[in-house]
Design a protein around this ligand. Structure first.
Ligand SMILES: Cc1ncc(C[n+]2csc(CCOP(=O)(O)OP(=O)(O)O)c2C)c(N)n1
Ligand SMILES: [Mg+2]
Length: 908
């Protein structure tokens, strides 16, 4: 090959194999390259891209397939000549970063010194400090930037660094730093990780359960667009930044929704993937290169990818490397090898990395000190700035920046790039001194054992610089500031129709809920704020009328004529559509719920999400996201459709939900309801709106609704409206009192959800056939009754001198005579847990077990929650009390046709 060609090929030599080179016809190749150069010079890169595209298609037509290659060479995406000048004062910034590094390290070491085992992480922030600091000094716009304000998802384990910066900014007193992970001390403390529940003016997003933050950030960026497109929030330059660990990309939640970001062209989303090449136990991908692997995944999903692998010092070597040997060596090196160089430093790098005469030649005049400066890109502010800037300016797709860093950077022997570094929380005196020297910190040997925190004087250049940067960029971050706007709940009259019942017309509670939702969509004050979220399940819940009425959100509108366009209820997508039709992803839908449910705190918009899903696929499948909603103080309604283990007939044990209400107990600020009737739903929704958007309580709601059709009754007349509303909201009210007050035998029957109909039928049988005076109570929420009872119990325990209080449920049932029998479509633990707070024992019927694929009637027989079993349970309870002979119960059992040897539904 001639020199000219050599030069032309210069950049690409590392990509070409020598046998290929040999086979090429020199003149031919030269002509191609020269004409490409000409196009580049005359038409620019875009013209080159177009021509290459046509060329490829042309070749394809003639049988040439070019293998798909999603990766680019393992070098920085942004070349040295493309790097912008650094706009900041690098030295001052470095001094600030070093102080933050120190304070972050000291807070963890100190916490563990004074309370062994308290935990905390040094290595994560140590690897990410430059990424955060360039962001804080030049990019992240604070709340005062209005529509331009950014939202930042901080990596949970990096929180010491974020606190340490806030401390310099004067947002925390030194006591707070001393009480890291000690929130119950007399002085203020700081929570371990980002938890809005614990620090509600500070943190926005819980991120520490790996995968939740990245997933949530995608739907956050999309929701921001949704608000803008619907005119609920002004469009601005605001970005969503998400800091993601490379190990965190193991989680399916992290990468599972990235195409959603590309499909929605979310150029307001930037992921900063901190590839320190390590996770908790060791290397993320020791036998390969995580950066290359991630590049392929992101590029293949339509993201803009920027790789920042090598720091500036490497540029000197790359410039010398006319043969491409260095680039080839980068490609050859796996992460496990690379980790050794970070751990063992210059001698190891000299010996093992520069392992051929050509490579050795590159560094022949270099000292170990020179070699030690061969840093990874993520520790080089100039490289970090260039990448952030390019990402911020990029249009048309989300950006992932893959930064190569060292885990435990600066920790030296205490953990730098060691496999144990993630959990290193103790540094001995010598290690602290080494850290101090490395970052040139003003700490004397004597002081070191006191773990001092540093904040320069207010008028020092560092402090002036730091505060000025934040002032310029719109204030401090993170900051959480909920809107104070209160919304009046809809007037009772507008929901009055639900109080009248359906006059015999049979409708399900799902339909009743949809009617309530449609009512709300006609309410001027609320209509725009409602955000219906469905995971490809709208038709299941009879919501398809909403498609046409309020439209499905799409960032491009509708680019096709829908197949059902002739239809009144056609599938309408539009840019101002209101429904978030997420497709088959409960996790994605819940991430949208998170974004919408916290819009009051992030955008000042009182959005009201209604996430309607198959109840089985809620708590069980995406419980961690629901937990995160609780932590986030999200508001809104989770609607578990097709609920009830026997009410959803004909499915099986992956559909028939009989335990989500048990799981709902775990989330402290969640109110859970299993309503039976339309008017109950309307009362609960109105009350929810009042509590969340008028009282501004940080609670959210879970309602189960079923698909069994039955006549919805009118509100009972024996209760005042106030009594009824109170009962529905607090969990219990007398729905149908017995008409047989003079009977000797008495029973109180509790019904929930659609099992209420079985309870009502049992009441009839007991009264007609067995002379038992039975009253029926509607239990809308076992959880609400239970929580109230625990509160009262606790109050009484802590106030022994005062007159004891009574829980709501017990008060309601105080004078109620006879046995208590409860039946629901959920597990027996619900009434059982409440039982000790009631005046008498309770016999619980429920749906414990896997069940069968069957029809409703047979399922209820199988689970023993139908009217006949409720009757039998009542008679047996009366016999247990001595009010009935056992033989009478056995006779009844026979009359009811109940087989005593039927299989146990929990076991079989
Ligand atoms: C769902 C979940 N599983 C496990 C953990 C425990 N954990 C915390 S950090 C960590 C390793 C994180 O590695 P990486 O994402 O690479 O972050 P780095 O600290 O290296 O920046 C693990 C396994 C967790 N927090 N969440
Ligand atoms: Mg990592």
């Amino acid at each position: 090959m001639s020199d000219v060609l050599d030069e032309l090929l210069n950049l690409d030599r590392s990509q070409l194999r020598t046998d290929e080179l040999r086979e090429l016809n020199e003149t031919e190749l030269r002509e191609w390259l020269e004409s490409l150069d000409y196009v580049l010079a005359s038409g620019g890169p875009e013209r080159v891209k177009t021509i290459l595209d046509y060329l490829e298609r042309h070749a394809y037509k003639h049988g040439v397939t070019i293998p798909y290659n999603a990766t680019t060479p393992y070098i920085n995406t942004i070349g040295v000549d493309e790097q912008p000048d650094y706009p900041g004062d690098v030295e001052t910034e470095e001094r600030i970063t070093n102080l933050i590094r120190w304070n972050a390290m000291a807070m963890v070491v100190r916490a563990n010194k004074y309370s062994s085992g308290i935990g905390g992480h040094i290595a994560t922030y140590a690897s990410a400090a430059t990424l955060y600091e360039v962001g804080f000094n030049h990019f992240f716009r604070g709340p005062e930037a209005g529509a331009d304000a950014d939202l930042v998802y901080f990596q949970g384990h990096a929180s010491p660094g974020i606190y340490a910066r806030s401390f310099l900014e004067g947002r925390f007193p030194v006591e707070a730093m001393r009480n890291f992970r000690r929130e119950l001390q007399d002085e203020p403390g700081l929570s371990s990780y980002p938890h809005p529940w614990l620090m509600k003016d500070y943190w926005n997003f819980p991120t520490v359960s790996m995968g939740i933050g990245p997933l949530a950030s995608i739907y956050q960026a999309r929701f921001r667009r949704y608000l803008e497109d619907r005119g609920l929030h002004p469009a601005g330059r605001g970005k969503v930044w998400a800091f993601v660990g490379d190990g965190e990309t193991d989680e399916v939640e992290t990468l599972g929704a990235i195409r959603v970001a590309a499909r929605n062209k979310l150029d307001n989303l930037i992921w900063v993937v901190n590839c320190n090449l390590q996770r908790l136990d060791g290397p993320v991908y020791g036998n390969g290169k995580i950066i290359q692997e991630l590049e392929a995944i992101f590029r293949g999903s339509g993201w803009n990818v920027i790789k920042v692998a090598w720091g500036s010092k490497w540029d000197e070597l790359l410039a010398r490397d006319s043969d491409g040997v260095l680039a080839r060596r980068f490609d050859e090196m796996v992460d496990g090898e690379s980790q050794r160089y970070a751990a063992f430093g210059a001698p190891e790098l000299r010996d093992r990395f520069f392992n051929t005469p050509e490579l050795k030649e590159l560094i022949e005049d270099w000292t170990d000190d020179d070699i030690a400066q061969l840093n990874r890109g993520g520790h080089d502010p100039v490289k970090v700035y260039a990448a952030f800037q390019r990402a911020a300016e990029h249009k048309g797709s989300p950006t992932a920046i893959l930064f190569r860093t060292v885990k435990g950077y600066g920790m030296g022997e205490a953990g730098e790039a060691q496999n144990v570094t993630h959990q290193q929380k103790k540094l001995d005196v010598d290690q602290m001194k080494a850290f101090r020297d490395r970052f040139d910190l003003p700490v004397s040997d004597d002081e070191i054992t006191t773990y001092p925190f540093f904040r320069p004087e207010d008028d020092s250049p560092e402090m002036r610089y730091l505060l000025e940067r934040r002032r310029e960029l719109g204030g401090f971050l993170p900051a959480r500031s909920p809107t104070s706007e209160r919304l009046e709940p809809p007037a009772a009259e507008s929901f009055e129709e639900f109080m009248q019942g359906t006059e015999g017309r049979e409708v399900s509670t799902t339909m009743a809920f949809v009617s309530v939702l449609r009512k709300l969509l006609r309410d001027e004050a609320w209509a725009d704020l409602v955000v219906p979220i469905v995971p490809d399940e709208a038709r299941t819940f009879g919501m398809e009328a909403l498609f046409r009425q309020i439209g499905i959100y799409s960032n491009v509108g509708q680019l096709y004529e829908p197949v059902d366009s002739e239809n009144l209820l056609f599938y309408k997508e539009s840019r101002d559509g209101q429904i978030l039709e997420e497709g088959i992803t409960e996790a994605g839908s819940m991430a949208s719920f998170l974004a919408a449910g916290t819009a009051y705190a992030n955008y000042g918009v009182n959005a009201v999400p209604f996430f309607i899903y198959y109840s089985m696929f809620g708590f069980q499948r995406i419980g961690d996201l629901i937990w995160a909603a609780g932590d986030s103080r999200a508001r809104g309604f989770l609607i578990g459709g097709t609920a009830g283990r026997t009410t959803l007939a004909g499915e099986g044990l992956q559909h028939q939900d009989g335990h989500s209400h048990v799981l709902a107990y775990a989330v402290p600020n969640l109110l859970a309801y299993d309503p039976s009737f339309a008017y109950e739903i309307s009362i609960i929704v109105r009350e929810g709106l009042r509590r969340m958007y008028f009282e501004q309580d940080d609670v959210f709601y879970y309602l189960t609704v079923g698909n069994e059709n039955y006549a919805q009754p009118a509100a009972p007349e024996h209760l005042s409206r106030e009594e009824l509303e109170q009962g529905v909201v607090k969990g219990l009210y007398l729905f149908r009192p017995t008409g047989k007050k003079r009977s000797k035998l008495h029973a109180q029957l509790f019904g929930s959800g659609s099992i209420m109909n079985e309870v009502l039928e049992a009441q009839r049988i007991l009264e007609d056939d067995y002379k038992v005076a039975a009253s029926v109570w509607s239990v809308t929420s076992y959880k609400a009754l239970h929580v109230d009872a625990l509160e009262v119990e606790r109050h009484n325990r802590l106030h022994p001198g005062e007159a004891p209080r009574q829980p709501f449920g017990r008060r309601q049932l105080e004078g109620a005579k006879g046995v208590f029998v409860a039946a629901s479509d959920y597990m027996k633990i619900l009434p059982d847990a409440l039982a000790r707070h009631l005046p008498r024992p309770v016999v619980s019927l429920g749906t414990d077990g896997f069940g069968r694929s069957e029809a409703r009637e047979e399922l209820r027989e199988f689970f023993e929650v139908n009217a006949r079993h409720i009757v039998l349970a009542t008679l047996q309870a009366l016999a247990d009390e001595g009010a009935l002979e056992a033989s009478a119960v056995d006779e009844a059992r026979r009359d009811l046709g109940i087989d005593p040897d039927k299989p146990d539904p929990y076991v079989d």
